[in-house]
Design a protein around this ligand. Sequence first.
Ligand SMILES: NC(=O)c1ccc[n+]([C@@H]2O[C@H](COP(=O)([O-])OP(=O)(O)OC[C@H]3O[C@@H](n4cnc5c(N)ncnc54)[C@H](OP(=O)(O)O)[C@@H]3O)[C@@H](O)[C@H]2O)c1
Length: 310
Amino acid sequence: MRAVLVTPDCPARLALGEVAEPDPRRDEAVVAVRAISLNRGEVRFAQTKEPGARTGWDIAGVVERAAADGRGPAVGERVVAFLPNADGWAERVAVETSLLARIPDGVSDEVAAALPVAGLTALRGLDKGVRLVGRRVAITGATGGVGGFAVQIARAMGAEVVAQVRRASQVDGVKALGADHVVVGESSACFADLAPYGLALDGLGGEMIAGLVAMLDRHGVAVTYGGTASFTTSFGVYSLTRTASLYGFMLHAELAEEPGGVSLGRMLNLVERGLVRVDIGRRGSWREIGEAAQALTDRAFTGKAVLSVE
Ligand SMILES: NC(=O)c1ccc[n+]([C@@H]2O[C@H](COP(=O)([O-])OP(=O)(O)OC[C@H]3O[C@@H](n4cnc5c(N)ncnc54)[C@H](OP(=O)(O)O)[C@@H]3O)[C@@H](O)[C@H]2O)c1
């Protein structure tokens, strides 16, 4: 069967190749993959992986063989999953049933496929806050995959959402997602006028996260999940108030607290109820995986990239 493999000399070092059929454990179902979505992380990691390595975190498809232990969805059910081992971009894949969520009838495969990494990082990152209803939440990179979902989820939770973008031309799009305030700039100073915050969710790193930790209110938490601007930073040791905290977020580690399938079920619930919409900026066939990955790296489109497996 075909799978996406790290292939030097191809666009973004990614292309289709041949691999063995999955050999499921008793707690794994075999899913025929119909749609995949791309994230910046796996595209970046593909640049340093060995030739022939598998990749891919986000998949949606249909159960072809149910798990032998009798748990999880039945044959024919549509499902979505985050695959922490990054081996999901294949025609068929064995998936632990705790990672699977059933896709409701009103949600398409491609919309579901866009949810796992970006949606779960937003959802589980916001879970790190307490008593966010009616409190201000700061969200950086609001035009991005994680940021765009976070704005919508925080709004649905009843927080007052302060979202950051880099350019004035991006303000209307983020307001349409439900942000109460959109601040423009690349430094944390753009958040200062509306401080303090009950939670700050940041994927930019660098000076942004350093500034935000100093803008938390009592019991506030700054959640750092990425370093799009810079992976290093420095901040004053007394910049956190006595009761505020800094949380280092890694989605893979969060699965131990709540299984991926349960979290994805929560995301699907928000989508089904119209509280979260999915912006797909690039569609196509997975045969063009390299071109799509390169376009993502080049920031040639906004929204998620979702490819069909055919
Ligand atoms: N820890 C985890 O478990 C976890 C999970 C998911 C993602 N991540 C990481 O989090 C980061 C964001 O992921 P994503 O999927 O949301 O990425 P994304 O879709 O590319 O979004 C990036 C956001 O950052 C902005 N941005 C890009 N370059 C910037 C710069 N130099 N300075 C300031 N802002 C900049 C973008 O704005 P424009 O639209 O203006 O370009 C966009 O809003 C990535 O590094 C990813 O690897 C980590």
